[in-house]
Design a protein around this ligand. Structure first.
Ligand code: GLA
Length: 369
């Protein structure tokens, strides 16, 4: 007797690229990410029992989850992201039916494009469709962020889950992480394109450096007598920064300047001032490299070559750092030529990339029609 039910559909859940505003989200600051046109496709089929079975084209053993028990953190494999999301729905008292989910991906795992947020938000979207109801606006990213905190042990901010859940085609998202207010900023696809360059260096935010940055920011804010670094004005900063020990001063200096850069970047995009937007990306990268210390040699080399190339307005590392991808803002009219030129320059300089692709802002996670 088959255990499969009759409901069948597919969810598309994108990866994300952050254009600017790095390590600002957990400081209640501003970010400007996009959902991209690469991600995860999750083919869903309901089951007649209360089991969830997940499979992935990336290999790894299938994951089995029993919905009749109260789910708790502790799982070591990739199933923990889904389990954390399902636990969130259990807490809300939703009656979740069993289901099978077959995941196929065109997003590098651990490559800094938020494959984990794509999985969390994708599973949450599947649960909503199976249950025939939706979480209130804005609650889905929070539920998924909590899954990442509690079940994956990564104390991430809210950016990735918001970008994946709420992206809009053709627009970047200016997100105030304090209020979670969102403004969609049109990004003219006929003028500029976005190029993702994968350094091939796998990052592991779980390894403690990410959490350490978070603590250093909290300590800097406390020493400045403010609840968060978002509350430190330019005036406060100029007056009080010398009270901070050198490490906290560099970390906080990055966050405070980066918040200002996000707003300036959004304004430049709205005015079509691409050289200015590119310049801000360069400043952001330098600050992440020198003051926040989350870049790596490979990303620095990629950004240095890209930033100098004709047709590139600017380039910076994107995401948590310690590897992963760089993002370049390129002239749409010469985008393909820019890709060829960069490949040549990088290979001449002995700089390796695990791949590059042009992308554009795409819609957030949704059931495919
Ligand atoms: C990771 C986290 C995000 C954010 C970025 C850095 O991607 O998941 O919340 O903090 O790093 O901007």
């Amino acid at each position: 007797m088959t255990s499969l039910g009759r409901t069948e559909f597919a969810v598309w859940s994108p990866g994300r690229v952050n254009l600017i505003g790095e390590h600002t989200d957990y400081n209640d600051g501003f970010v400007l990410p996009i959902a991209i046109d690469r991600g995860l496709r999750i083919a869903v089929r309901s089951r007649l029992d209360r089991r969830v079975i997940l499979t992935s084209d990336r290999g790894g053993s299938p994951v089995a989850i029993d919905l009749d028990i109260t789910l708790a953190p502790g799982r070591g494999d990739w199933g923990r992201y889904a389990e954390g999301v399902l636990a969130g729905f259990q807490r809300l008292g939703w009656q979740i039916p069993g289901f099978e989910a077959a995941i196929t991906a065109d997003l590098p795992a651990g490559g800094g494009l938020s494959s984990s947020a794509a999985l969390e938000v994708g599973i949450a979207t599947a649960v909503e469709a199976l249950a025939g109801r939706s979480l209130p606006d804005g609650d889905k990213p929070l539920l998924c962020q909590r899954a990442e905190h509690e079940f994956a042990g990564v104390p991430c901010g809210i950016m990735d889950q918001c970008a994946v859940a709420l992206g809009r085609a053709g627009h970047a998202m200016l997100l105030d992480c304090r209020t979670r207010r969102l403004r969609h900023v049109p990004l003219a696809a006929d003028t500029v394109r976005l190029l993702v360059i994968d350094s091939g260096v796998k990052h592991a935010l779980v390894d403690g450096e990410y959490a350490a940055r978070r603590r250093q920011c909290e300590s800097a804010a406390a020493l400045l007598g403010r609840p968060t670094l978002r509350d430190v004005t330019e005036e406060d900063w100029l007056r009080d920064r010398d009270r901070l020990p050198a490490l906290e001063r560099r970390r906080a200096g990055h966050v405070i300047a980066e918040n200002a850069r996000v707003l300036a970047f959004a304004a430049a995009v709205e005015r079509g001032e691409w050289p200015e937007a590119g310049r801000l990306m360069g400043e952001s990268h330098a600050s992440l490299r020198d003051d926040y210390e989350v870049s790596c040699r490979e990303l620095d080399a990629i950004c240095a070559i890209a930033a100098e190339a004709d047709g590139v307005f600017g380039c910076r590392m994107t995401g948590g750092g310690f590897g992963g991808c760089a993002i370049a803002l390129v002239e749409a009219s010469s985008a393909d030529a820019v890709v060829d030129r960069l490949k040549e320059r990088m290979s001449a300089a002995g700089v390796h990339s695990a791949g590059m692709f042009l992308t554009r802002p795409a819609a957030g996670a949704h059931v495919q029609g």
